[in-house]
Design a protein around this ligand. Structure first.
Ligand SMILES: Cc1ncc(COP(=O)(O)O)c(C=O)c1O
Length: 425
């Protein structure tokens, strides 16, 4: 079918994400991908600055991952996980437990980030129920945070800065508070928890970088403060590493920079190297043991249809093989240095309020929201794929991006932000 045909006729039926479809530009039709490049149907090639929402950490179409998926496809593309087992999932669970610090040993698979966060929330609430403690059903999460788009995960996102303001009052009420960045903040949260711990199941945070809520970064000591507060006030600690996991911040997991182990961690995004949907909520032995019982009601009653999909698990195992080489560490360090140097000129631009970098994440924060749809289209005219949101223009490229490709991305940002007023009036 010709592009114009499928794009136009299908476009009357596809409901696009995060998009006012009436006024948005049409999406760019993609023909194929390779490495850090997206080839469009009209023959243009874009250098990708986003790695498809941070998933394709090894670049697109990595032959090792592709071969693992093809091999698994011939064996068993999918079997239900209830009552049946398969090697890719059991091997992956073992490998994730070995990679994660501490005794984060018990892996529950799902198929999307949001669902793994919901499962972590259910685990936390049921942990207390199984221990015979009633009433601990709420969560403490943080301003600027983002944990997903489903109703329960929306309830722990920033209620004002996030994308869910319209739904205020519909979702469960949680306690969304400032991150404890200093002693004063820690003392304030301590006082809050002392008062509310009887109703709080867990604290939930994105460690080191609050991603989709605004790419805000905090110091590792914040995580140490949270661990202290959780222990002192008898609440669980959940790290949502869906964005930060798998090398993005310079360590395999962000939590390793703080030397802090949560009670539950969620993983997704780069888990399969950007090929297939897969996520996991992984609990420590302390949490898992409260579900290990002769009482059937103490079991975790959850089981998404496509959980632990064998193709996705085979892809994740292949992605972990690539991480085992260790090359990613140098790649991420080099990307960080290059982002720092090449985005620095933005700091002097009139509408820019901050430039920040951590690992393979480069952020230019504007004073006001930008028109994401038209900006990304203009970037595409420059040969790069960059999709700003809110006040944030950011890069999260594949770790395998070549230095000259990265320069194409940073120089497009510098050129563009320097050339004209991009913020909405
Ligand atoms: C930290 C974090 N948690 C949860 C999610 C939700 O993941 P998904 O979009 O796969 O449901 C995201 C997605 O951006 C995320 O960055």
């Amino acid at each position: 079918m010709r592009v114009a045909e499928w794009l136009e006729s299908g476009g009357r039926h596809v409901w696009r994400p995060y998009c006012q479809m009436k006024t948005a530009r049409p999406p760019l039709p993609v023909a194929r991908t390779s490495g850090s490049r997206i080839e469009l149907q009209d023959g243009r090639t874009l250098v990708d600055g986003i790695a498809s929402w941070w998933t394709a950490c090894h670049g697109y179409n990595h032959p090792h991952i592709a071969a693992a998926i093809t091999d698994q496809l011939a064996r068993a593309p999918h079997v239900m996980f209830g009552g049946l087992a398969h090697e890719p999932a059991y091997v992956l669970a073992q490998r994730l437990a070995a990679l994660l610090p501490g005794d984060l040993n018990h892996v529950f698979f799902a198929e999307s980030g949001s669902v793994s966060v919901e499962i972590a929330m259910k685990m936390a609430v049921q942990y207390w129920i199984n221990r015979g403690v009633r009433g601990k059903t709420k969560f403490v999460s943080f301003l600027g945070g983002y944990h997903g788009d489903t109703l329960a995960t929306m309830s722990v996102c920033d209620p004002d800065e996030g994308m869910h303001t319209l739904f205020k009052g519909v979702m469960a009420a949680q306690h969304i508070v400032p991150l404890p960045e200093d002693d004063e903040g820690e003392a304030a949260l301590d006082r809050f928890l002392a008062e509310h711990a009887g109703e709080v199941a867990a604290i939930m945070v994105e460690p080191l970088v609050q991603g989709a809520g605004g790419m805000r970064m905090h110091r590792p000591e914040v995580l140490q403060r949270l661990r202290r507060l959780a222990d002192k006030n008898d609440v669980l600690l959940i790290f949502d590493e869906i964005f930060t996991g798998f090398g993005r911040t310079g360590t395999m997991f962000a939590m390793q920079q703080a030397d802090v182990v949560p009670d539950i961690v969620t993983l997704s995004k780069a888990l399969t190297g950007g090929t297939l949907p897969l996520s996991a909520a992984i609990a420590t032995t302390r949490v898992f043991e409260t579900f290990w019982s002769d009482d059937p009601n103490a079991a975790l009653m959850h089981g998404p249809t496509y959980m632990a999909n064998p193709l996705a698990c085979a892809a994740a195992n292949a992605s972990l093989d690539l991480f085992r080489t260790g090359t990613w560490r140098f790649q991420v360090a080099q990307i960080a240095a290059q982002l720092r140097a090449e985005l620095e000129p933005c700091r002097a631009m009139p509408e820019v309020v901050d430039v920040r970098v951590l690992g393979a994440i480069g952020v230019v924060e504007m004073s006001r929201a930008v028109d994401s749809s038209s900006l990304s289209e203009r970037f595409a005219e420059d040969g790069v794929w960059i999709r700003p949101f809110g006040r944030i223009v950011y890069l999260t490229p594949a770790f395998t991006i070549a230095p000259d490709e990265l320069t194409m991305l940073t120089s497009a940002i510098v050129r563009f932000l320097g050339r004209r007023a991009v913020c909405a009036r």
